[in-house]
Design a protein around this ligand. Structure first.
Ligand code: PLP
Length: 360
């Protein structure tokens, strides 16, 4: 079965099999990872290896902290302004889709966010040219969502903040570890694990260390980056099993040759799918501007929209599931994260051609 869900999403089969083989007895410890103390030497070795492999994969500079947290990316919508802003600080948002819009609305409780661009009137199908952005003098950070999971728009490059002490903040939930990223261009990168790197329940924050330690006094202890950084993500009980699974995924990505190799596979898979859509003579349509189409989430519609339910039902019969588009946009969405094999995309494209031949 090929699972095109947007998240939680398909994980590499080899990783799941490895976890299964270690389920009852992790490496001779006699315990499942679910049963270990988070302060014991076994789990410490798991979290330390996960961090070190992630540092290798993303080439994370030593002056950045890596935190394994809970609460989903949604919690970071509040944690970021609480940690790096004073209540009167202005921050800029480039609102390219629903996720960035949610982050913007949440930030409004803790600082003064300004939407300097919004793609809403064009149904979130574009990313602006950076020279058109009117960034705010004195802004504390510039927030982007690197890949909008619902709308399928992805930044191919990143804007540069204009102010001396301003940093770039990116929600990378749905394209985390799908390609190399120059971490040094960002103040904060955050991502829920459940698309590319593990099960839900783990949120990864990569933050320049000098941004840590200035949280607003009202910041709950669980949202204070300093608490988590000082305690190596072990201030309270972390999502141990999820972190273990992320660690297995990181090992797998390294074994594949690292993120440059992973990116090549992702470009190939997405290329095949977008070509099939574009070559269908309008039978299928992807609304997103070509140069910003996501490698991870491919939304598409049928010109004969009355056939969409049948498309989804017939695909499921062929063991291709979770292709329904997000309820806010309709149509279909194929999420093709790292763990979606090329064979899955090829099978989908063959099905799309057959479906068109039957209904055109
Ligand atoms: N940001 C993006 C880009 C997402 O795709 C999602 C979830 O799908 C979120 C944030 C919210 O993540 P969570 O459900 O982990 O809070």
């Amino acid at each position: 079965l090929f699972n095109f869900a947007a998240g939680p999403a398909t994980l590499p089969e080899s990783v799941l099999l490895k976890a299964q083989s270690e389920l009852y007895n992790w490496r001779g410890s006699g315990m499942s990872v679910m049963e270990m103390s988070h302060r014991g030497k076994e789990f410490l070795s798991i979290i330390q290896k996960a961090e070190s492999d992630l540092r290798t994969l993303l080439n994370i500079p030593s002056d950045y902290s890596v935190l394994f947290l809970q609460g989903g990316a949604t919690t970071q919508f509040a944690a970021i302004p609480l940690n790096i802003c004073k209540p009167d600080d202005v921050v800029d948002f480039v609102v390219t889709g629903s996720w960035c819009d949610k982050a913007f609305k949440e930030a409004n409780k803790y600082c003064k966010p300004k939407s300097i661009w919004s793609g809403k009137s064009e149904k979130y199908t574009k990313i602006p040219s950076f020279d058109l952005l009117e960034q705010t003098p004195g802004a504390r950070y510039l927030h982007i969502c690197a890949n909008e999971t619902i709308h399928g728009v992805e930044f191919k490059d990143y804007p540069t903040p204009i102010n001396e002490n301003e940093v770039l903040v990116a929600d990378m939930s749905s394209n985390f570890c799908s390609k190399p990223v120059d971490v040094s261009r960002f103040g904060v990168i955050y991502a829920g694990a459940q698309k590319n790197v593990g099960p839900s329940g783990v949120t990864i924050v990569i933050i320049k260390s000098d941004l840590i330690g200035n949280a607003q006094p009202i910041t709950p202890v669980m949202l204070d980056y300093k608490i988590h950084a000082d305690n190596n993500s072990l201030y309270n009980t972390p999502p141990c099993y999820g972190i273990y699974m992320c660690g297995l995924v990181f090992e797998d990505l390294i074994a594949q040759g690292g993120l440059s190799e992973v990116e090549k596979k992702n470009i190939k898979k997405a290329g095949i799918l977008y070509n099939a859509i574009d070559e269908s003579k309008g039978f299928y349509r992807c609304p997103v501007e070509k140069n910003v189409r996501s490698l991870m989430n491919v939304p598409f519609t049928l010109a004969k929209s009355e056939l969409e339910a049948e498309f989804i039902k017939e695909a499921a019969k062929e063991k291709m599931v979770q292709l329904k588009g997000h309820r806010s946009v309709g149509g279909m969405r194929a999420s093709i994260y790292n763990a979606m094999p090329l064979a899955g995309v090829e099978k989908l494209v063959a099905f799309m051609k057959d479906f068109q031949a039957k209904h055109d």
